[in-house]
Structures are given as structure tokens and as C-alpha cells.
Design a protein around this ligand. Structure first.
Ligand code: HPA
Length: 260
């Protein structure tokens, strides 16, 4: 089977970034991921994984995150560039803004969030939750392309699928959260557990609940359409300049993660 060291995870549409794309279907011990696309970006093999399935039929809380990450792992992926639509909590952020988070708060409730339910007991370090090497490149690339980017932000991941209440958003703001989404966790953690690099580039699709009259899924999708082409440009250029060897702590995430 064809392999790739880089993957993009996102909503549908990003498969158009790949040249000479082919579809791959595979199973994992955790279940079946959505159809994957493998093709080239700037001469490098890249896999695209549409997290909600190609027809956007899988809600955030039902995504099989373990199957998705494990499938990428078995195909040789070492680096994941994820995209996420988010609501803005920080009063300085606005719809269509681009955000590269540096930290997260996990408020998910019912998701399988580890590959290590069995011994050996494994506690990975998330002091730097996102790959520092790819984060830096994403931010530099966005700036080089002339786009404004928020280069530090805390993302809170909620269980969904409902949006938040105004009181919840007020609480998250007091806790220091800048944006809210439903899909970043446990994706990032599972990647770290397999020593894969993971970063997220988010786009603000709406002001969070209570900061506008009403929050509709339609508005969220409208703003996404205007900013996604910018995200695509950033992804392409970042992939072009990614060095072939990894120079980050993600490579050794399992070293010292076990007691024995
Ligand atoms: N809340 C949660 N998830 C989201 C939002 C939001 O406001 N916007 C896009 N994804």
C-alpha cells in the first residue's frame, strides 16, 4: 500500500489540494476510518482524512478518533496538520480569523481518548500539546503570505453536538480559553501517544454563544467558506517547506512515559 509521512485532517473539500489523488480504504483494530485520499502536495506524498466522512454525516462526538489516527499511523504518517472550525471566545477575535492554538482544555466526556487502556500504563507528556516545529512553520508561513494569525490561543474542546450556553462561554473566558471547538480532542492526544506530530490551524467561523443573537450551523458554514482558501494556501506552503527530518519532542513522546 502507498505510504505518506504527512497528513491533513479536516472538513471535506481539502482533498482537492492533492494532485493525482487516489482513495484508500482500510480497517484498523479500532474500526474503519472514513475513505482516505492519498496524493501529492509540492511533490510530497500527503494523505487527507475527512474527519466527518465525505458527506459530513458523522457528528464530532461520534468520530472514531482512534481508528482515524491509527489508520494514519499504519500508513507511515509522522506529521498531522489538522484544521478546525472554532467559535471565538476572546473578545479580540472575530469571524474569519486564523488561529494556531498553543494549548487546550479538554471538556469532552464520552470519547475513547487513549490507545493505552491495557498495560503498560502510559502517561504521555502534554506540556507542549502541539508540535512546536510545525506550529512555528504554520505561523511564519501565514505571516509570509500576508495573513493575520493569532499565534497563541487556548482552545477548549466541548463534547457537543450542541453549541454552548452563554454561561458556559463566560466561564471558559474566565478560565483563559480563547476559542471553542468540538473536534480537536482526543485527536491531538492520540497522535502524541503514537509519537506523531500534531498541530491545529483553526479558523473562527462565529463568535461563541452569547456574543451574538443566535448561533446557527448555517452561519458557521458561511464564514468557513471565506477563510478556507487561506488555510489551504498556508497548508500547501508549510508542507513545501517542512524539513524531511523531525526536530521536535514529539518523536520521543513514549520515552519516560512508562514506569518500567
Ligand atoms: N462551539 C463549538 N464548536 C464550534 C463552534 C462553536 O461556537 N463554532 C465552530 N465549531
Amino acid at each position: 500500500m502507498k505510504k505518506a509521512k504527512i497528513a491533513i485532517i479536516g472538513g471535506t473539500g481539502f482533498e482537492n489540494l492533492l494532485e493525482k489523488a487516489r482513495q484508500i480504504r482500510l480497517g484498523t483494530p479500532y474500526g474503519i476510518p472514513p475513505p482516505l485520499h492519498i496524493g501529492k502536495i509540492c511533490g510530497k506524498n500527503v494523505i487527507f482524512l475527512p474527519r466527518h466522512d465525505p458527506d459530513h454525516s458523522v457528528p464530532p462526538h461520534r468520530i472514531n478518533y482512534r481508528a482515524n489516527i491509527y489508520a494514519l499511523y499504519t500508513l507511515g504518517v509522522q506529521r498531522i496538520l489538522a484544521t478546525n472550525a472554532v467559535g471565538a471566545i476572546n473578545l479580540n477575535f472575530k469571524p474569519s480569523d486564523i488561529v494556531v492554538p498553543h494549548d487546550f482544555v479538554d471538556l469532552t466526556k464520552h470519547r475513547s481518548a487513549t490507545f493505552y487502556d491495557e498495560p503498560p500504563v502510559t502517561h504521555i507528556d502534554v506540556s507542549q500539546p502541539y508540535c512546536p516545529e510545525i506550529r512555528k512553520l504554520l505561523i511564519e508561513t501565514a505571516k509570509k503570505l500576508g495573513f493575520h494569525v493569532w499565534d497563541k490561543a487556548v482552545i477548549v474542546c466541548t463534547e457537543g453536538p450542541r453549541y454552548e450556553t452563554p454561561a458556559e462561554i463566560k466561564m471558559f473566558r474566565r478560565l483563559g480559553c480563547d476559542v471553542v471547538g468540538m473536534t480537536g480532542i482526543p485527536e491531538s492526544v492520540l497522535a502524541r501517544e503514537l509519537e506523531m506530530c500534531y498541530t491545529s490551524i483553526c479558523y473562527v467561523s462565529n463568535m461563541a454563544a452569547g456574543m451574538q443573537k443566535r448561533l446557527t450551523a448555517l452561519d458557521v458554514s458561511k464564514f468557513s467558506k471565506s477563510v478556507v482558501p487561506k488555510i489551504e494556501q498556508i497548508l500547501i506552503e508549510t508542507i513545501r517547506i517542512l524539513p524531511s527530518e523531525r526536530n521536535c519532542p514529539c518523536v520521543n513522546a513514549l520515552k519516560d512515559a512508562r514506569f518500567e
